[in-house]
Design a protein around this ligand. Structure first.
Ligand SMILES: NC(=O)c1ccc[n+]([C@@H]2O[C@H](COP(=O)([O-])OP(=O)(O)OC[C@H]3O[C@@H](n4cnc5c(N)ncnc54)[C@H](OP(=O)(O)O)[C@@H]3O)[C@@H](O)[C@H]2O)c1
Length: 325
């Protein structure tokens, strides 16, 4: 089969090559899937550089989520040949003609979901669903502040926040990105490159601050927004796209009766796969009900994978990039 492969860690445009390699061998509880659509994620850039939490064993194939048709099953696989499935692969491998899925990390795709939608509905929507619902404990009527709101996890958080009945304040770094958030249903928008985010959030909430802050960025933005959280508020830590892991003073938590909670979606697949599958099925229902729909910035053929990664790296995109076969 063919795959995008890197033999050493480095920047995607220097180390990633389109090569021929053998198809993965199917083990117990696994299925081999012929790829039709792969969604790119911010961590792909880190994985290729060897900077992610899990270091891929070289030579490696990037790509953590994809959709396709099952062509072979191992003993104990929950799938049958011919079924259309979406899968997550923590160790990568989906930017290839074929990829492996484990029982706990893959789901059948209902007919009403297109390949492109399904490819974009696992990592970012799963992350925002668990982040808001299980970790952030969001309630209808609360105020949700989403940082990086036009990005992959951000657009999912804006849509899911509205679906869960919150008032959503979307914060991003350009007018174009904010107009995307408005189209997604955000009630208010803030350009954090031009406006004082703390003052704007306070003004929008009669001085109270947001009940839930969804933060995939960290760094300086976290340092600011920890000052516009409501009493009993929750900051949900999703990631550090800014490149800096921030810190917080414990007295601030005490004085505001607030919480800072973390979310690593992939951990749910390993520790509570039933909960992850229930989330995925609910996401497919929300899609059918018109409550969510992934924003696709570009759909590109496999040959243009490097262009997709370049767009991610440039920070110019909004929503998702899906690579199709
Ligand atoms: N915890 C989990 O389970 C989980 C799952 C998936 C992703 N994540 C993490 O969530 C973060 C966002 O992922 P994503 O897929 O949504 O990425 P994305 O689509 O590239 O969005 C990231 C957003 O961050 C903002 N940003 C701020 N500083 C940036 C910088 N220095 N470089 C790039 N972007 C910057 C950008 O918005 P503006 O230009 O508007 O500021 C951009 O829209 C990443 O850190 C990723 O590792 C965590």
């Amino acid at each position: 089969m063919h795959a995008w492969q890197f033999n050493e860690y480095g920047k995607f445009d220097t180390v990633l090559k389109w090569v021929e390699r053998s198809s993965p061998t199917v083990g117990d509880g696994q299925a081999l899937v012929k790829t039709t659509a792969v969604s790119l994620n911010f961590p792909d850039l880190l994985i290729i550089q060897g900077l992610y939490q899990h270091k891929a064993a070289l030579p490696a194939v990037p790509g953590v989520e994809a959709v396709g048709t099952v062509v072979e099953v191992g003993t104990g696989s929950k799938f049958e040949v011919g079924q259309r499935v979406a899968g997550f692969n923590h160790s990568g491998g989906t930017l290839a003609d074929f990829f492996l899925v484990n029982n706990d990390c893959a789901w059948r795709v209902p007919d009403h979901v297109t390949d492109t939608q399904a490819a974009a509905l696992s990592v970012t929507y799963g992350t925002s669903y668990f982040g808001l619902k299980h970790r952030g404990q969001i309630e209808a009527g609360e105020v949700l502040l989403v940082l990086g709101a036009s990005g992959g996890v951000g657009t999912a958080a804006v849509q899911l926040g509205k679906a869960f009945g919150a008032t959503v304040i979307a914060a991003a770094g350009s007018a174009e990105k904010l107009s995307v958030c408005t189209k997604l249903g955000a009630d208010h928008v803030i350009n954090y490159r031009e406006e004082d985010i703390v003052e704007r959030v306070k003004a929008l909430t009669d001085g109270r601050g947001a009940d839930v802050i969804y933060d995939p960025i960290g760094g300086d933005l976290f340092d600011q927004v920890k000052r516009c959280i409501n009493w009993e508020g929750r900051i949900v830590i999703i990631g550090f796209a800014s490149g800096r892991i921030p810190e917080i003073e414990c007295n601030r938590l005490l004085l505001k009766n607030m919480s800072v909670v973390g979310l690593a979606w992939g951990q749910y697949l390993q520790r509570n796969p039933k909960k992850a599958e229930a989330c995925q099925l609910h996401l497919y229902e929300l899609l059918a009900d018109g409550k969510i729909d992934p924003v696709i910035y570009r759909e590109l053929p496999f040959e243009q994978t490097l262009e997709g990664l370049r767009l991610m790296d440039s920070r110019e995109l909004y929503g998702k990039i899906v690579i199709t076969r």
